[in-house]
Design a protein around this ligand. Structure first.
Ligand code: AMP
Length: 536
């Protein structure tokens, strides 16, 4: 195999669409006016494309009437609901930039996000699970650039506008939007500290949604069950934009992932496609009432976001009727997808690889010196093409760290390409933990824990977990003479950082294994902890 370089370029007889996010919804409302666009089970909502389009226009006008302007950043901090999707399209139609805020974020993360991109408006849910969004918001220092806070849900919170009062039938003119303009900022953490705002254009995400859904052979009338969060590309691009570009229906089973609601939604709504990270599929397959649900309507779907175990793929095909399930690989900075397995790929490729390169995208694999490796050899995966983000908002330096002058996005993932172009993700060069599909950058937790007065040094590693794939283990060196308990550390995290970043294990050590140059040898530390915790 040597000699053939690890470079692939996706071809298609279908051109990229030069259309805005608002534009593809208008097109859908014309082509599939009476088709169901959106079913939100927990809100008892069913809207056709015509109805969705009308409400989106009303909200876009309402936002402009309020005084917001094209280019303004509008944050949304809410679990999955119809208002999230209305806001996604309405901000786009009004030329604004939607800022996705993870519903699990707590005070320190919210403050950083709103400040980093200078949100002028924030739309927030009142509460979800253990988070009271209003009180977390109020616990933050004031945000000078934030002029409008808009609440979802019932009642009237003093100082906030009510979402339903924004819908406006006035004749405010809507701007013409250039598809190359930014439409969306999504936070991704990094190996270097605080989360960065990956900035995506209409062109980026419209086309990625289009080709991802095309990759599942989506047709008008398909019904896609979306239990994954909307704040992530998996929900809002692969789910919502995938559906809208094909006249399919988005079915939201619940505010956030719940195996039972997902199974019930598939059965009762006769869904034809199901999305999820591997952990979600495991939870569905292992649900005690799994056998009671009729899943025979399922044909396809997507598993993505973390390594997809072959055994789980096989069970999903056999037990959930998803003969045409596909695997996707990608990252937020690439809109997200760059590899997808095909519905007709041979079984072993479909369960064992992330498929072949996406239409119009390019990938190469390089070694530590930057040279392209031969086919079959592992190398860092670099992506180039229409789907690469515009950059990190207000952060040219950190953009330049991963987006090179030739337009390649350095993903930090290690992969191999076989002679037919099928890609396998075999590891990571970046220091990252994936807990059930949520990416966690140890550096971010380390920096947070270093603020604790008793902590001298800390190293965060991932240890294996049957349910989540990996979980967080914080290994701490205490200051001299300090004594500290695991609970003190956990209490320090609880109201401040998202629950999935809170360490599952807190360990205290005297020394870290170090390299001669003074760097913590994380792989050794990880092995030590795995052994001591008995988690191999
Ligand atoms: P995000 O930016 O949240 O979409 O996360 C992107 C990262 O998730 C990638 O850089 C990979 O490390 C990981 N990832 C996504 N999809 C897959 C997959 N199918 N297999 C293995 N890792 C994946």
């Amino acid at each position: 195999m040597s000699g053939v370089p690890s470079y692939v370029s996706g071809i298609s007889d279908e051109p990229l669409l030069y259309r805005s996010v608002g534009g593809v919804l208008s097109d859908a409302a014309e082509k599939w006016a009476e088709t169901e666009a959106l079913v939100v089970r927990h809100q008892a909502i069913r809207w056709t494309y015509r109805e969705l389009d009308r409400r989106v226009t009303e909200l876009a006008r309402g936002l402009l009437a309020l005084g917001l302007r094209p280019g303004d950043r509008v944050g949304i901090w809410s679990p999955n609901n119809a208002e999230w999707i209305l806001t996604q399209f309405a901000t786009a139609r009004a030329g604004m930039i939607l800022v996705n805020i993870n519903p699990a974020y707590r005070a320190s993360e919210l403050s950083h996000a709103l400040r980093k991109v200078g949100c002028r408006a924030l739309i927030l849910a009142l509460a979800h699970k253990s988070s009271n969004y209003v009180s977390i918001f109020r616990s933050c220092d004031p945000f000078p650039e934030l002029e409008y806070v808009i609440q979802l849900g019932p009642g009237a919170v003093p100082g906030m506008l009510a979402f339903q009062d924004l819908l406006s039938s006035s004749e405010v003119a809507l701007p013409v939007t250039d598809p190359d303009e930014p439409v969306n900022i999504q936070f991704t953490s990094g190996t270097t500290g605080l989360p960065k705002g990956a900035t995506l254009s209409h062109f980026n995400i419209v086309n990625n949604g289009l080709f991802v859904a095309r990759g599942m052979a989506t047709q008008a009338g398909d019904r896609i069950c979306v239990p994954v969060p909307l704040y992530h590309c998996f929900g809002m691009v692969m789910g919502v934009l995938g559906a809208v570009t094909h006249g399919a229906t988005v079915v939201l089973p619940a505010e956030s992932f719940d195996a039972h609601s997902t199974l019930a939604a598939i059965a009762e709504e006769r869904c034809t496609a199901l999305y999820g990270v591997p952990t979600m599929f495991i939870a569905e397959l292992e649900h005690p009432r799994f056998r009671e649900f009729d899943l025979s309507s399922l044909r396809t779907g997507i598993m993505a976001g973390a390594p997809c175990p072959i055994a789980i793929m096989q069970r999903v095909i056999a037990e959930m009727h998803m003969e045409q399930i596909t695997i996707c690989y990608g990252m937020t900075e690439t809109s997200p997808v760059s590899f997808q397995s095909g519905v007709d790929d041979p079984l072993e490729k479909r369960v064992g690889t992330v498929g072949r390169i996406h239409p119009h995208a390019q990938v190469k694999l390089i070694d530590a010196d930057g040279n392209v490796v031969p086919r079959g050899e592992r190398g860092e995966l670099l992506t180039r093409g229409y789907n690469v983000m515009r950059g990190y908002w207000g952060d040219p330096e950190r953009t330049a760290e991963c987006l090179d002058a030739a337009g390649w996005m350095h993903t930090g993932d290690l992969a191999t390409l076989d002679e037919e172009g099928y890609c396998s993700i075999v590891g990571r060069v970046k220091d990252m933990i994936i807990r059930g599909g949520e990416n966690i950058y140890p550096r971010e937790i380390e920096e947070y824990l270093l603020r604790h007065p008793k902590v001298l040094d800390v190293a965060v590693v991932g240890v294996p977990d049957r349910q989540y794939g990996e979980v967080v283990c914080a290994v701490i060196r205490l200051r001299e003479r300090a004594t500290c308990t695991e609970d003190e550390i956990l209490d320090f995290c609880r109201e401040q950082i998202a629950h999935f970043k809170v360490p599952r294990f807190v360990r205290f050590v005297e020394v870290f294994p170090m390299t001669v140059t003074g760097k913590v040898q994380k792989y050794l530390l990880r092995e030590q902890q795995i052994q001591e915790l008995g988690r191999s």
